[in-house]
Design a binder for this molecule. Structure first.
Ligand SMILES: [Zn+2]
Ligand SMILES: [Zn+2]
Length: 274
């Protein structure tokens, strides 16, 4: 479990009163969409700090952030009031259940690692003697919280699953082969070729490189031939043989050079191989 402890933010021990929650974990959300899944984790840290500021400010006036914990879309578990504290989260269960917000709104689904973070938190609490229950805020109080999407996951047991350990589970593993064979689609960010996949681009680069290599060989042959003819011209001039028709000789050299000229054509590869 990637636990972000409250002393990371310079918050001392929670001023909230003591409690021994033993029933389980209650899931919460934010009333409005936060978009944290699409933002860097630093946005979650800012969100967590702002939430505490709001809960302790004149609007609420609470002793601390209301929740025991928070789980962010990047899979971190934030310590709020933490263990053994009464909460300001679910009236009717503030001292008997622990609380966890998913920092999201009604239009947002939790990420896979976020669900796993909730499972890790629950398993950790259970290792400390807390019961296995998982409820939603609305089970205690008439509220939209934790939203229909999260509440459905509360009801179907998603949050009560076993956490995956260590590296991502097998079905989440992405190998280079998956990308190369197109099994996993990785769109190539080209406005004029939106259908191109990474594998297509890589294959094309291979084709282009081989073609370019052939053209370089041809160019080397051309330069070699030119050297031979130029040498012949120099020899002829050096001999100052009056019998040599210089114009005819140059004409011959030009035709020799033209016969081995290769047209460079590296820009015509516009479409991917079939
Ligand atoms: Zn709630
Ligand atoms: Zn995060």
């Amino acid at each position: 479990m990637k636990l972000v402890q409250r002393d990371t933010f310079g918050w001392g021990p929670s001023a909230a009163g003591p409690a021994k929650p033993r029933q389980g974990l209650v899931i919460h959300y934010d009333g409005s969409n936060q978009g944290l899944a699409g933002k860097p984790h630093t946005a979650c840290i800012a969100y967590w700090k702002n939430t505490r500021k709001f809960h302790m400010g004149s609007n609420r006036g609470w002793a601390d952030i209301g929740y025991s914990f928070g789980c962010c879309p990047h899979g971190h578990v934030f310590e709020g009031r933490g263990l053994d504290r009464v909460q300001a989260a679910q009236p009717g269960g503030n001292s008997t259940w622990y609380s966890c917000t998913l920092m999201s709104g009604p239009g947002e689904d939790p990420t896979t690692v976020q669900i796993n973070a909730v499972r890790e938190l629950r398993a950790w609490l259970m290792s400390k003697g807390v019961g296995q229950g998982v409820k939603g805020h609305r089970d205690f109080f008439s509220t939209s919280c934790p939203g229909d999407r999260l509440y459905a996951l509360v009801r179907n047991g998603t949050f009560a699953g076993s956490p995956s350990t260590g590296s991502p589970s097998k079905e989440d593993d992405v190998s280079a082969e998956d990308v190369w064979t197109g099994k996993i689609k990785v769109p190539y960010a080209s406005p004029d070729k939106p259908e191109w996949q990474a594998a297509t681009v890589l294959t094309n680069h291979g084709v282009w490189l081989r073609k370019l290599s052939g053209q370089i060989d041809a160019l080397n042959a051309q330069v070699g031939a030119q050297n031979v003819t130029i040498k012949a011209l120099a020899d002829a001039l050096a001999a100052r043989d009056s019998a040599v028709n210089v114009d005819a000789l140059i004409g011959r050299i030009r035709s020799e050079i033209e016969s081995v000229t290769v047209r460079l054509d590296v820009t015509s590869e516009a479409s991917p191989p079939a």
